[in-house]
Design a protein around this ligand. Structure first.
Ligand SMILES: Nc1ncnc2c1ncn2[C@@H]1O[C@H](COP(=O)(O)OP(=O)(O)OP(=O)(O)O)[C@@H](O)[C@H]1O
Ligand SMILES: [Mg+2]
Length: 664
C-alpha cells in the first residue's frame, strides 16, 4: 500500500468561502467529483465514495486564541494544517466512509439517560435536532472539536503516520445552559450526517453512584470496554465532578469516590485508540479531581461562556424560527432583545422564547386564538419575570453582568465612558514577558462617598456590559462567592481566593476578575492576619489575558501595604468615580419630563442644584421620588393650571426635604 503522507492525500479546492480538502487513501483518483455534486459543503455523505475517502472542509474564522491554545494538544495539530498548506484559523468537517454494518457494529438504540438497562452499556440514540447549526456563539469551540476530535477519530492513520498524537479527552466547562451537552450530541450527528456512525455513550456523574451502588468501578470499566468494542465511540461524562470529585475537597475523600476516580484514571491511561474519545463536562473545573484534569487524560479544557450580543441574537433567531407562528420578532426587535438579554445563557434564551408565548396566552384569557399576537410588551414582561442562571447556584465564580436600568445608566454614563477609555488599552495585546504583565485597575470613589454596593451593582455592571468585554469570561470574588464556597466545603477564605483565582487562570478565554470592595477585603484580611496570603494569591494574576478590576469605596491613598507593588507594578492605577455635578444633573432630572410637563423645568433645575456633588445613590432616591409624582400626575390625566401648581408645590417640597435630610 502506498504511504499516506499528507501531501499525497490532500488537495485543496476553493468553494466560495469554504475550502474542501479531499483525499483517498492509496488512490488519488478516488477524489469525489469536484462539480459540487458530491457534497456542496463537504458535509453531506457521499455514498459512492470508497471507504477511507475523506473530505475535510476548511472554514475560516477560528479565533487566534484558540489556535494558540491548541498548541501542545494533540501533538501538533496546528503543524498538521500548516503542512497541508492551509492557513489557520480553520475548522473542518468531514464526509467520510459510511461506517456501515460491515465495519462498525450497529448499536441497539436505547433512548433515555445513562443506564445500562441490565444488558450492559448501550449507546444513546441522539435526536436529529441536536445540530451544530442550532448553536449560537460557539464557533471557536466547534472549530476546535472539528479539528481535534473528528479528524483523529476518522483517520487515525493519517495522524499517526505524520507523527501527530490525538487528544484522548476534552473537558467542557462553564456555567449551566451554555451548550456543553448539546454540542457533544451535535458532534455525533455531525459525523452521522457525513455517513460516519459514531456510538455515543452518555453517563451522568452522580448517577454512576446512585444506580450502580457498590459496583460503580466495575460498571465504569464496562462502559469503556463496550465503547472500545463498538468504536468509533464517544463517551460523554456529564457532570464529571460528581464522578471524580476533587479529592482534596472536604466531603469527597471517601473510599467509594477514590475507587471510582482510580478506576477512571486507569481506564483513561489504558485508552490507546483514537477511535474512542472521552468528553467530560462540568460547571466547575476546580471541582474535578486534578489527576483527572491533567494532560494525557483530558488534554484540553474548553471553556463555555455566556453568549455575547451577536450570539444572543443568533440564538433568539434559532429559537423563534422554530415557531409555527407568523408573529416572530422582527430583525430589529431581535437585535433589541439581544442587547437587553445581556448575561443570559443559551438555555435562558430558549426558556424566554417559550415564556413569551405563555405571557401572551395568559393575557389572552388563557386560550390561544387566531387573533392572538405576541407583542413587544409581552417580550418585556417575560424578561421581567425571568430568573436567569445564577453563578452562585453552582459554586463557580463566573458571573454574567446585568445592565443597570436605563435611568441609572443615564446617570453613570460619563463615569462608565471614562472607565472604558482607561480599560481599553489593557484589553489590547501587550508585549513583554507574560509574567511581568499586570493588567489591574481600581475603580475608586474619589471622596469616599459612593457606597460599595452601588459601585459593584451598578457602575461595575455598567462597565462590564460594554462590548469590549463581549468575548471575555467574567469572574468575581465577592463576599457572596466567598461565603458560598466556604459553605460548599472550602475551609478558609484564603483557600477560596486560591480556588477562584485558579478558576480564572484555568480559563482558556481572556478573563476579567472583579474584586468589589478591595479596601474592605484588605482591611479584614489584615485584621485576620492573612493579608500577605491574600496578596500572595492575588499576585498570581498576571499575564496578557487577565484583567483585574477592583473597586474601592475609599480613595486610593487609603489602600496601604504591599498591594500596590504586588498587584499594580507599583503604580496607583485608579479610575476615579467622582460625584456628578450640577451641569450633568440638569439634563438628567429634566429627562423624566414629557413636553406637556415643561412647567416643571424650573423644579428640575433646582433638583440638580440641590443634588450637585451628591453620591449616585442619593441622587437616584430623589429622582425616583420625583418620577413617581410625575407618573401619578400623568396617570390621573391631569392638565389644568391648578393641578400643575399643586404638582409644582409637591415637587418643591420634596426637593426641600431632600436638601435637609438627604432622605436618610
Ligand atoms: N450557545 C447556544 N446556542 C443555542 N442554544 C443553546 C446554546 N447554549 C444552550 N442552548 C440551549 O440550552 C439548552 C441547554 O443546553 P445544554 O444542556 O447543552 O447546557 P449545558 O451547558 O450542558 O448545561 P449544564 O451545565 O447545566 O449541563 C440546549 O438544549 C439549547 O437549546
Ligand atoms: Mg449538560
Amino acid at each position: 500500500m502506498k504511504s499516506s503522507k499528507l501531501s499525497d492525500l490532500v488537495r485543496v479546492r476553493e468553494m466560495g468561502n469554504t475550502e474542501s480538502v479531499t483525499g483517498g487513501e492509496g488512490d488519488n483518483s478516488s477524489v469525489p467529483p469536484q462539480d459540487g455534486s458530491g457534497s456542496e459543503s463537504g458535509m453531506s455523505s457521499n455514498s459512492n465514495a470508497p471507504a477511507q475517502n475523506l473530505t475535510v472542509v476548511l472554514l475560516s474564522g477560528l479565533s487566534p486564541e484558540l489556535v494558540c491554545h491548541a498548541d501542545g494538544v494533540g501533538g501538533g495539530t496546528e503543524e498538521f494544517y500548516q503542512r497541508i498548506n492551509v492557513d489557520s484559523p480553520l475548522t473542518c468537517g468531514f464526509s467520510g466512509p459510511n461506517g456501515g454494518p460491515g465495519r462498525f457494529p450497529r448499536p441497539n438504540f436505547f433512548p433515555g439517560g445513562g443506564g445500562d438497562g441490565g444488558g450492559g452499556p448501550r449507546p444513546e440514540h441522539i435526536a436529529a435536532s441536536f445540530k451544530i447549526s442550532a448553536l449560537g456563539g460557539l464557533d471557536d469551540q466547534i472549530g476546535y472539536l472539528k479539528r481535534s476530535v473528528l479528524l483523529p477519530m476518522l483517520r487515525p492513520e493519517v495522524l499517526r503516520e505524520n507523527g501527530i498524537k490525538a487528544p484522548k479527552g476534552i473537558m467542557f466547562y462553564g456555567p449551566p445552559g451554555t451548550g456543553k451537552t448539546f454540542l457533544a450530541k451535535a458532534l455525533v450527528n455531525e459525523l452521522k450526517d457525513n455517513g460516519q456512525h459514531v456510538n455515543f455513550f452518555y453517563r451522568k456523574g452522580g448517577d454512576v453512584f446512585s444506580m450502580w451502588f457498590g459496583e460503580s468501578a466495575r460498571k465504569l470499566t464496562e462502559v469503556f470496554n463496550t465503547a472500545k468494542s463498538m468504536a468509533p465511540s464517544i463517551i460523554f461524562f456529564d457532570e464529571i465532578d460528581g464522578l471524580c470529585p476533587n479529592r482534596t475537597g472536604q466531603n469527597h475523600g471517601t473510599e467509594a469516590y477514590n475507587a471510582v476516580t482510580t478506576c477512571f484514571l486507569g481506564q483513561m491511561d489504558a485508552l490507546k485508540t483514537e477511535r474512542v474519545f472521552v468528553i467530560g463536562a462540568t460547571n466547575r473545573l476546580d471541582a474535578v479531581d486534578p489527576a483527572v484534569r491533567r494532560p494525557g487524560r483530558f488534554d484540553k479544557h474548553l471553556s463555555f461562556g455566556f453568549p455575547d450580543q451577536e450570539a444572543r441574537a443568533r440564538i433568539f433567531r434559532i429559537q423563534t424560527d422554530k415557531w409555527e407562528r407568523d408573529d416572530r420578532p422582527t430583525e430589529d426587535w431581535i437585535q433589541n432583545l439581544a442587547v437587553q438579554a445581556i448575561g443570559y445563557s443559551g438555555a435562558d434564551i430558549e426558556k424566554l422564547c417559550k415564556d413569551v408565548v405563555y405571557v401572551a396566552i395568559d393575557e389572552n384569557g388563557g386560550v390561544i386564538t387566531d387573533s392572538m399576537r405576541i407583542r413587544e410588551d409581552h417580550w418585556l414582561r417575560a424578561m421581567g419575570n425571568m430568573q436567569r442562571t445564577s453563578a452562585s447556584n453552582f459554586g463557580s465564580a463566573q458571573i454574567n453582568p446585568s445592565k443597570p436600568n436605563d435611568t441609572v445608566f443615564r446617570l453613570i454614563e460619563p463615569i462608565v465612558t471614562s472607565a472604558i477609555e482607561k480599560i481599553t488599552p489593557f484589553i489590547l495585546p501587550q508585549r513583554g514577558n507574560a509574567e511581568s504583565i499586570r493588567k489591574s485597575l481600581i475603580l475608586c470613589s474619589v471622596a469616599g462617598s459612593q457606597s460599595k454596593n452601588f459601585l459593584r451593582n451598578q457602575i461595575v455592571q455598567g462597565i462590564l456590559c460594554n462590548r469590549i468585554f463581549n468575548k471575555m469570561t467574567i469572574f468575581e470574588i465577592s463576599e457572596e462567592t466567598v461565603f458560598n464556597q466556604i459553605a460548599k466545603g472550602k475551609p478558609t477564605t484564603v483557600s477560596v481566593f486560591h480556588n477562584i483565582i485558579n478558576q480564572v487562570l484555568d480559563c482558556t478565554q481572556p478573563a476579567v476578575l472583579v474584586i468589589p470592595n478591595l479596601n474592605e477585603v484588605m482591611a479584614t484580611a489584615k485584621e485576620s492576619r492573612v493579608e500577605n496570603q491574600i496578596v500572595g494569591a492575588l499576585a498570581k494574576i498576571r499575564g496578557p489575558n487577565i484583567i483585574l478590576l477592583a473597586t474601592s469605596s475609599e480613595p486610593l491613598e487609603k489602600l496601604e501595604g504591599n498591594i500596590w507593588t504586588e498587584l499594580f507594578n507599583g503604580e496607583k492605577r485608579g479610575i476615579p468615580v467622582a460625584n456628578p455635578r450640577r451641569a450633568q444633573l440638569v439634563g438628567f432630572f429634566s429627562g423624566m419630563l414629557e413636553k406637556s410637563e415643561s412647567f416643571l423645568v424650573a423644579q428640575m433645575g433646582r433638583a440638580a442644584q440641590v443634588a450637585d456633588n451628591d453620591c449616585f445613590e442619593d441622587i437616584m432616591v430623589l429622582y425616583s421620588t420625583l418620577e413617581r409624582m410625575v407618573n401619578q400626575y400623568r396617570a390621573a390625566g391631569a392638565s389644568g393650571k391648578e393641578q400643575e401648581k399643586a404638582l409644582q408645590q409637591r415637587v418643591d417640597q420634596t426637593i426641600t426635604n431632600y436638601s435637609q435630610t438627604r432622605f436618610r
